[in-house]
Ligand binder design. Structure first.
Ligand SMILES: *Cc1c(COP(=O)(O)O)cnc(C)c1O
Length: 398
C-alpha cells in the first residue's frame, strides 16, 4: 500500500479512521489488477469531486423523484440534468429527440427491470394479453430474475458456443398466440457474445400477427459500441428495438452503480402511470426516489469527454483485447474473443493467477470445461497485460 494514496482529511483523533484507511488502501492497491469484472477503474470524476466538496451540495439532500421529461416543481433535484443526459445519449442509439423518454437508473439491472416492465405493460395494454418473455441462457442472469419478479412466463433460449441466442431454438420456443417480449443481449456477460438481431428478427417475422417488444441489454457494450465501426447494431433506426439499458459504472467510469434506460414516447404512453398528488407528478417509473448525484456525474463525464476521446479510449480497449488474444494464441493457450467484444475468455488458469487478477469463472463443456475471462477495460493497459502474461507463463511452467 502506497502511503501517498491515502490522504484522509478527518481528524487524527477519530478512532475509526484507521480501519477505514486500511479498507480504502486495500481497494486502491488492488484495483489495477482487477481484470475479471467490467468496471472501469480509471476515474473520470477527479475534478467533479473537487467541485462537489466546495459546492455545498455535499451537505444537502437532493433527490430525483419524478419524471425528468415532465414539468417538475421543486428545486432540490437534478431532473434537468437527468433529462439532458438522456437527450445526449438518445441520438447515439438512433432515438429522435421528439420521441425519446428515459431515466438515469441505479444500474444495468434497474434498466432491464424498466425494459421488461415497460415492455410487458406495453404489450398487455395494446393487446389485452400477457406476453411470453424470451432471453438466451448466456444473457445476464438479471433477465431471469426479473421475469420471476414480474411473474412473466419465461422461455430460456439455448445459446451457441459464442454466447449468442440460437435463432432455430427461438423459433422452436415461440408461442405465436401470445405477444413476445424479447430481450436481446448485446454483449453477454461472460463471453461477450452479441445476439444476431437480424437473424432473430427474421424468426420473429415469420409470425406477423404476433406483437413483439424488443428490449436490449447492453450494460457494458452499449457504452462503447456507438464509438466504433459497429455502431449500427445499436442504432434503432437500423435495428429496430423499443428500449435499451446501459450501465454507467462500467464503460463510463462512474464510481457508483448507475445506468441509463431509454425508450420511446409510444412505449411511455402505454404505461400505467400513477398520478401522485403530493409529488405533483405522473410516475411511470418503478422507483420513487432516484439519485440526484448520478445524473450530475454522468453529465460531468459527458461534458468533459469529447467524441474523439471516447473513440480513442474505445479503440485502445478493443486493440488491447485483440492484442491479448493474439499473445495467448502465440502461447497456444486456449482463448477466444468475439467480434465487437473487449472480453477475452480462456481456459481457467492456475489458482494463483486467477486470484491475483480477480478473474471471473465460468464453465462450458464445449470448450473443455473451466474458463475464466478478462474484461479489457480502460485500466487494463498493455503493460499490465504483459505482466499478466508473464505470470501466466510462469504459473503454467510450474
Ligand atoms: C453487468 C451487466 C448487467 C448487470 O448490470 P448491473 O449494473 O450490475 O446491475 C446486466 N447485463 C449485462 C450484459 C451486464 O454486463
Amino acid at each position: 500500500m502506497k502511503e501517498e494514496q491515502i490522504r484522509s482529511t478527518a481528524p487524527e483523533t477519530d478512532p475509526y479512521i484507521a480501519r477505514l484507511d486500511e479498507f480504502a488502501g486495500e481497494i486502491v492497491s488492488r484495483k489495477k489488477h482487477q481484470f475479471g469484472y467490467p468496471a472501469a477503474q480509471k476515474s473520470r470524476l477527479v475534478d467533479f469531486y473537487k467541485w462537489f466538496i466546495g459546492s455545498g451540495l455535499n451537505l444537502s439532500m437532493a433527490d430525483n423523484a419524478g419524471d425528468p421529461f415532465a414539468q417538475h416543481e421543486g428545486i432540490l433535484n437534478s431532473l434537468d440534468f437527468e433529462r439532458e443526459v438522456i437527450e445526449t445519449f438518445g441520438p447515439l442509439y438512433g432515438f429522435d429527440l421528439s420521441n425519446l423518454w428515459g431515466i438515469v437508473t441505479f444500474s444495468g439491472t434497474d434498466g432491464n427491470n424498466h425494459g421488461i416492465y415497460f415492455g410487458a405493460r406495453y404489450l398487455e395494454n395494446s393487446t389485452g394479453s400477457r406476453p411470453v418473455m424470451y432471453v438466451s441462457d448466456a444473457a445476464h442472469y438479471s433477465g431471469r430474475r426479473l421475469a420471476d419478479l414480474q411473474n412473466l412466463e419465461l422461455k430460456l433460449i439455448p445459446s451457441d458456443v459464442h454466447g449468442c441466442m440460437i435463432p432455430e431454438e427461438l423459433d422452436k420456443a415461440i408461442r405465436p398466440e401470445r405477444p413476445a417480449l424479447v430481450v436481446y443481449a448485446m454483449g453477454t456477460t461472460f463471453k461477450g457474445g452479441v445476439d444476431d438481431q437480424e437473424a432473430l428478427n427474421r424468426v420473429l417475422a415469420k409470425y406477423p400477427d404476433m406483437p413483439v417488444y424488443r428490449h436490449i441489454d447492453a450494460a457494458l457494450f452499449g457504452g462503447y459500441l456507438p464509438y466504433t465501426e459497429y455502431r449500427d447494431v445499436l442504432n434503432r433506426k437500423i435495428q429496430p428495438y423499443d428500449s435499451i439499458a446501459i450501465s454507467g459504472h462500467k464503460y463510463f467510469g462512474m464510481d457508483d452503480p448507475a445506468g441509463i434506460f431509454l425508450t420511446t414516447k409510444e412505449v411511455l404512453d402505454r404505461q400505467k402511470s400513477f398520478e401522485v398528488s403530493y409529488l405533483n407528478a405522473n410516475m411511470p417509473m418503478v422507483n420513487c426516489t432516484r439519485s440526484a448525484i448520478s445524473p450530475l456525474k454522468f453529465w460531468w463525464i459527458l461534458k468533459h469527454t469529447s467524441r474523439a476521446e471516447f473513440e480513442k479510449m474505445t479503440g485502445e480497449m478493443l486493440n488491447n483485447a485483440r492484442w491479448l488474444k493474439e499473445r495467448m494464441d502465440e502461447m497456444e493457450y486456449p482463448a477466444w474473443l468475439e467480434p465487437m467484444s473487449n472480453t477475452v475468455y480462456f481456459k481457467r488458469p492456475p489458482q494463483a493467477v486467477f486470484e491475483k487478477y480477480g478473474l471471473a469463472p465460468d464453465y462450458d463443456e464445449r470448450l473443455g470445461g473451466d474458463l475464466a475471462h478478462i474484461v479489457v477495460m480502460q485500466h487494463v493497459t498493455r503493460e499490465r497485460l504483459r505482466t499478466f502474461l508473464d505470470d501466466l507463463t510462469s504459473a503454467c511452467a510450474r
